[in-house]
Design a protein around this ligand. Sequence first.
Ligand code: SF4
Length: 624
Amino acid sequence: MMKYSGYKGKVLAINLTTKKTSSIEITDEFARKYLGGNGFAVRYIFDMVDPRMDAFDATNVVAMMTGPFQGINSPTAGKYYMATKSPLTNGYFDSVSGGFIGAQIKYAGYDGFLITGKADKPTYLFVEDGKVEFRPAEKLWGRLTGETQEMIKEEVGDPNLCVSAIGPAGENLVRYACVITEYRAAGRGGVGAVLGSKKLKAVAVRGSGTNEVADPEAYEAWMQWYKEEAKKVPGLAVGLPTYGTPALVASIGKMLGAMGSYNHKTEFFQNWENISGERLKKEFWDKDTACPACPIACSKVFSAKSGKWKGAISEGPEYETIYSLGSMCGIDDLGAIIKGDSLCDEWGMDTVSYGVAVSFIMEAYEKQLITRENTDGVEFKFGNDDAMIAYIEKTAKREGIGNLIAEGSLRAARVIGGGSERFAIQVKGLEIPGHSARALRGMSLGYATATRGGSHHDPRPTGEYAGASDRKAVEGKAAWVIGTQQMTTIGDSLVNCHFLERLLGFTLTQKWVDMINPVTGFGYTLEELTTVAERILDLERSFNVRTGIRRKDDTLPRRFLEEPIPEGPSQGMHTDEPTLNRMLDEFYVIKGWDPKTGIPTKEKLIRMGLEDVADRLAKEGISC
Ligand code: SF4
């Protein structure tokens, strides 16, 4: 029985090769040290996975985790967390998705699952109250994510069953294949491809238990505080509930001129109004949806009611998808973007990586580095919505040039050659989302140093948009970026919505501590919580340095380092190499990482309570 609350006290280890399961105890000390979700997963993956092996090796582990807030009706935690060694970046990678399955994992009696091995034939897992079944999935193999979920619900005879499933993209090892739960995606980094390599089509969970909080009265008071405060923040009270994240098209695309377009040849999309949140709401909106228990309901169902793509319907698109399938590909037809969004979900792949990889191919085609001969006769020009749509299925099936798109833009550039790596919009192999590395100084350093590479969920852009940190400043930016990375790490360990930052702070504050303590009973101080964040980030970095990642990899696409934004409100902005290097030097010093190599120092690891990690690095000859 644990002293702390919010935990079931055990994680289920599942071996698909042997079809055996075992239970791993979560001790009080472990929970306090690693908090949940992100912290639990990186500790297990660091211990269990050899970082040098291929991501598709049977020994890779997929962690499916919860934090202390799942299953307690929290308005911000209708989510679950997945992590693995990524086939796209080769490093540690995590992804948080909306879905009631997080609560069901708790109700089934676990804090999470650690899935390893490889099934000999297609399989799905059915976990119910401590009982695990390895069920045959031959008839599900090749199916889209929506029908897979429905077929499993029917087989089990429970229309409310929570199912997380991969699509054909995951089965065919598309390097950015995702996992879909209901209509939500654990989208980035290829977790779905790792499940596909294990022949695991889906995980279904239900339970009849509960999850408890340490101080119910204080927790209830916190929930009331949250609901009242959320009403006072315009973004949470009006912007997100009314338009969802597409509201950002006007603020980022028009006012800042910082929405990557035409594979980042520019960041000012002239036709921004055609793809704006306001137009989506007026002409395409059907209804609002939400992660379980969330009163903000930032998610929307949109459909095309007329035009070329009439009948297309999707939960989404989010801002990131409007950027990747829209402005990046030079497409301003919201019907096409809605169609592309739903197809990516159904075939099971990340919309950001797919769209940015397609925009890369479009520029390579424009530069005649590839021709119609390479594209099965398709004119891969910017603005060709038919090509963007048609190649979703072909990419999922790895047909024709879809086989190259399935590899992601960095690997595609290495095949195409001709200096194309310069305009592959990625960091460490992960395609960059719609938050500008050139117009936001913090994001330039943040993307360069993020565990996952081109991700806006490691560093966050929101504080720079809000003016909490001057988006043009260099001074003090390293400390700011470290603060946002600490905040997202705690958010991902709690497995909570990142929009909480607008209430609790863009970096860790006492408000974060005040949210955690009533649930867990830790009695954390802000100092201890910050140490937890740094411990988790150092573990992620230590995993990555064991894959060979060093300071040289903490960089940006050459286009961003050498070409300023050519037009619009942010014209002339970018971070050049000397400036990035200056910020990196400062970043490593504050982190306690060796500025020459980017490896965490032994002293820092010991200070974080990671003596064993320091020993492991030393044993492998990785020390500074
Ligand atoms: S604000 Fe949006 S993403 Fe966050 S919990 Fe609510 S519905 Fe989910």
